[in-house]
Design a protein around this ligand. Structure first.
Ligand SMILES: [Zn+2]
Ligand SMILES: [Zn+2]
Length: 176
């Protein structure tokens, strides 16, 4: 019981923390994740799995910190479950980046994953194609609240600030 609970907590709470305390803030205010995870010039299989580039590894590590913290908290409950939760989380990282290698999720896996709201490689591929959709690395039920939060905080985002700065710059020659 404690074993299964620890696995679930690491994955569900870890993904929650990683989504809302790392992934969403990165999309709003920072550039590291956008320069690495959403770099269209690079294969994402390469940068999610193979790359040894420092920034790529840093993005991966920072995204993993919330899972590690949660696993630290569930360690006393069941260290085996906590550890397995981390291993499953890592396996899911590799799996969700396989679309580029031609992976197609079999129908039966889809049938199992859909009711559990587990992110399929095809879903995560959507986040790479359009960084504004498909939040939640492991669970899709984090997508809607993540997008709602992004929308709420959009006025404070880099994107909004940069757009305002560009508009201001364009206005200068017009006035001159
Ligand atoms: Zn990815
Ligand atoms: Zn992202």
């Amino acid at each position: 019981m404690a074993f299964a609970a620890a696995i679930l907590i690491v994955l569900v709470v870890g993904d929650f923390a990683s989504t809302f305390f790392y992934h969403v803030p990165q999309h709003l205010w920072f550039t590291l994740h956008l320069r690495t995870h959403h770099d269209r010039k690079r294969s994402y299989w390469d940068h999610a799995v193979l790359s040894t580039n420092f920034e790529v590894l840093l993005d991966g590590f920072l995204g993993a910190v919330p899972y590690l913290v949660v696993a630290g908290l569930t360690w006393h409950l069941s260290w085996e479950g906590s550890l397995l939760g981390l291993v499953l989380g890592q396996l899911h990282v590799w799996w969700r980046h396989t679309t580029e290698l031609g992976w197609k999720t079999p129908q039966w896996v889809r049938a199992v994953a859909r009711p559990l709201q587990i992110v399929l490689p095809e879903d995560h591929d959507g986040h790479h194609r359009n960084p504004d959709i498909e939040f939640g690395d492991i669970f899709r039920f984090y997508d809607a609240p993540a997008r709602a939060l992004l929308a709420k905080l959009a006025p404070t985002s880099r994107r909004t600030r940069n757009a305002a700065a560009r508009r201001a710059k364009q206005r200068v020659p017009a006035q001159a």
